[in-house]
Design a protein around this ligand. Structure first.
Ligand SMILES: [Fe+2]
Ligand SMILES: [Fe+2]
Length: 182
């Protein structure tokens, strides 16, 4: 059983309905060819940007659901919060973390809007996920949840290589559920 660092409830320990609902909520995003390119980028040293977004989306999903918030839009916004397709160590941003921190939420939002319908909650989650850094603070409760989930996952990812896969990749989850349900 995969154990999630720093969490009582892991994806694989969640009930099947919750896991399947999460998959159904984000599968059009994860299935998009352009979005799959996030797997090419290392993120927070120990993982990929794809896995990081999946981690943040999962925590956002279960936390917002428990709180009675718009958990579907929040999870979709979380999946797209770092949807930028460049290496943050590229020359343009090297030595200037501030520029990258200010810049990438808008790039992610632009990329998200090219491929998916983005509602107000999603936009809030994407645009202000860097709070208190960045260009403003979230306007929605869901946006605040994403800021916390992002920092929580980032701290786990930076802190230990073991956290590289807080949430198993979707293929693993699907295989697991197929076995469990058959
Ligand atoms: Fe970010
Ligand atoms: Fe992030």
């Amino acid at each position: 059983m995969t154990k999630v660092l720093g969490s009582k409830e892991t994806f694989l320990e969640a009930d099947h309905d919750t896991a399947m609902e999460f998959l159904n909520t984000v599968s059009d995003i994860t299935g998009a060819e352009e979005y799959q390119r996030l797997k090419e980028f290392t993120h927070h040293r120990s993982t990929t940007r794809y896995q990081h977004c999946l981690n943040v989306a999962w925590y956002t999903f279960i936390w917002c659901k428990a709180a009675g918030l718009n958990y579907k839009s929040a999870a979709r916004g979380a999946m797209l919060h770092d949807f930028y397709l460049y290496d943050s160590n590229d020359e343009l941003f090297r030595g200037s973390g501030l520029v990258h921190n200010l810049h990438h939420p808008r790039v992610a939002l632009e990329n998200a809007k090219k491929l998916f319908a983005v509602d107000e909650v999603m936009e809030d989650c994407i645009l202000y996920h860097m709070f208190p850094v960045g260009e403003g603070k979230p306007k929605t409760q869901e946006g605040y949840v994403v800021t916390v989930a992002d920092k929580y996952c980032a701290s786990l990812e930076w802190g230990s290589g073991k956290a590289a896969k807080i949430v198993p990749v979707l293929k693993d989850i699907r295989d697991y559920l197929k076995d469990e349900l058959s």
